[in-house]
Ligand binder design. Structure first.
Ligand SMILES: [Zn+2]
Length: 229
């Protein structure tokens, strides 16, 4: 029995952290410097935004992960993608620009996802309260079983983030394969031999939020950040 439990535990940890490790691996593998490429990720993002008539969208450097910020209307790239010349930098830049295009066009699926993500703040606050009350329940009711149940309930609430990102994966796939890939092919920003690698990066970029949401389920430090509202 303990062996089965240990295996189940390992499997669960693999399922929770595996996707994020896979994304890191893909980005690192294709993140090698390629001086032969035409420009950095930031230069390509600027060029693609201008081409799409989105001069007002800015391109910025961040250390919080590549993303498009719809509030600030900014494409934000990690330093290695902002300043780097690599297949990963090019593909990630094209992916994030695609979100700016989805937003500018007011595409229904993108706008719906925006609403869903905004409402996640409330779910996380409820999860925070449930988790915060655990020690009190433990002291007052003196029931470790109830406390464990409460922690599970808190984590299950945080799991709604995973569900939201999983159900909105079509928005990510549209950014990667409906928009970024055709743009890269049409503009010949990468050689034909690099397109397979670019496809891999675009796939990883599409799964970024689901993977991050999964990993955050067991991110105890993040629980404490939620509690500080
Ligand atoms: Zn994306």
């Amino acid at each position: 029995m303990p062996v089965i439990l240990a295996l189940a535990g390992l499997l669960l940890i693999g399922l929770i952290f595996g996707p994020q490790l896979w994304i890191r691996h893909v980005l690192a593998k294709h993140g090698v410097d390629r001086p032969d490429l035409q420009g950095t990720g930031a230069e390509l993002a600027r060029h693609l935004l201008d081409e799409a008539g989105l001069q007002a969208v800015t391109v910025e450097k961040t250390d919080k992960g590549d993303h498009y910020d719809p509030e600030a209307r900014a494409v934000r790239l990690l330093p290695q993608h902002h300043d780097g010349r690599s297949v990963a930098a090019v593909a990630v830049a094209a992916h994030e620009v695609s979100h700016a295009v989805q937003h500018a066009r007011g595409e229904t699926a993108f706008m719906r996802r925006l609403e869903l993500i905004r409402s996640l703040v409330w779910v996380e606050r409820v999860a925070g309260v449930v988790l915060m009350l655990t020690p009190i329940v433990l002291i007052v009711v003196r029931s470790p079983a109830l406390a464990i149940l409460q922690v599970i309930a808190g984590i299950a609430l945080l799991g709604i983030r995973v569900v939201v990102h999983a159900t909105t994966l079509p928005v990510e796939f549209d950014a990667s394969f409906g928009k970024a890939l055709p743009v890269l092919l049409r503009g010949r920003y990468l050689a034909a031999g690099d397109m397979q690698a670019a496809r891999g990066v675009l796939k990883a970029a599409a799964y970024t939020y689901v993977a991050a949401a999964l990993a955050s389920l067991l991110d105890v430090a993040r629980w404490f950040r939620i509690l500080r509202f």
